[in-house]
Design a protein around this ligand. Structure first.
Ligand code: NCD
Length: 316
């Protein structure tokens, strides 16, 4: 698999292969020296034209643990500020001999456009409100790890909040349902989209009546930076109806788990401190981010493709 741009492009086989490969990467990460020569001689560029903490750092850590060279592109100190176009930027970096671009951009579809300008692999680290495939892989891996299951068959997952602006919701709905989960979207109608009617999900506008049914409660950030119109009449009312507080946590079933892709808006969708909740998988999501992104980079860049036997050779 040369590019990792969307869950749909990966398909069920691709998703399963990457999740299995992530388990090998987690084993490498558990060693006293978590570094292998698997991608020695390869160069990975992170091209983040939108803000990021965990996605960018976990990709850079992943690349280093596989011994790839890394380059970080910082918009604020680049020639983009002198008016250089994205195409010229990509072509310039390609001329330096890079093997993969990890791209985050505010426009949907940019990873496909960039792939026309370079022969390098493209890894989508979030394009507008469209896709965030590696976050979906991290989340599937984290659920598999928490529940000790291979697929998500028989699990009910509620995704709560700002579905409309969320690339995480789009990628996760695809990945969760592909692996057999039942998915419920919970949001005020203004934060849904017409297209959700065609998604393989149930739609609810009440959180309280949903809590007792779920294995995973997946909270989303309210993405104020993407809201052009007043979609939320009152932030306090949104927080009261859709925010996760201690009373709602208490109404979850035994064994149910709580997730959030980060960054969190405390006091909006989260009124509880996840570090103090035994149900929270939020720290596992961050930790697993490195293993899953190692799997993604390895399968896009290794000469042997996604073969785990190649990994065993280079990882020993
Ligand atoms: C998400 C993103 O950037 O799409 N965060 C992340 O990658 N961990 C979700 C968000 O910003 O709300």
């Amino acid at each position: 698999m040369k590019h990792v741009r969307s869950i749909g492009e990966l398909g069920l086989d691709g998703v399963r292969r990457l999740l299995d490969l992530s388990t090998h990467m987690a084993e490498i990460n558990s060693r006293p020296v978590p570094k292998v020569p698997a991608l020695r001689g390869r160069t990975v560029v992170s091209l983040f034209l939108e803000d990021s903490t965990r996605t960018r750092l976990s990709f850079e850590t992943a690349a280093k643990r596989l011994s790839a060279e890394t380059m970080t592109f910082s918009v604020s100190t680049s020639s983009v500020n002198k008016g250089e176009s994205l195409r010229d930027t990509i072509e310039t970096i390609t001329d330096m001999g890079v093997d993969a671009f990890v791209v985050r951009h505010k426009s949907s579809g940019i990873p496909w456009q960039i792939a026309k300008w370079t022969s390098a692999s493209i890894i989508n680290a979030g394009d507008g409100a469209h896709q965030h495939p590696t976050q979906a892989l991290v989340d599937c891996y984290t659920i598999r790890e928490a529940f000790g299951c291979a697929d998500l068959e028989g699990r009910t997952i509620a995704i709560v909040g700002d579905i409309r602006h969320s690339r995480v919701a789009r990628s996760n709905v695809e990945a969760f349902t592909m692996l057999g989960a039942r998915v419920i979207l919970v949001a005020p109608s203004t934060l849904l989209l017409d297209e959700v009617e065609h998604w393989p999900v149930e739609i609810r506008t009440e959180l309280d009546t949903t809590l007792g049914e779920v294995d995973v409660l997946y909270m989303l950030r309210l993405q104020s930076e993407r809201m052009s119109q007043g979609l939320i009449p009152h932030l306090g009312e949104y927080a009261t109806r859709f925010g996760l507080n201690a009373q709602r946590v208490a109404r979850l079933r035994n064994g149910a788990r709580i997730m959030h892709p980060g960054p969190m808006n405390r006091g909006v969708e989260m009124h509880v401190d996840p570090s103090e909740l035994e149900q929270s998988l939020i720290h596992r999501q961050v930790a697993n981010g490195v293993s899953v992104r190692m799997a993604v980079l390895f399968s896009a860049l290794s000469a042997g493709g996604e073969s785990t036997s190649v990994l065993k050779e280079v990882a020993s």
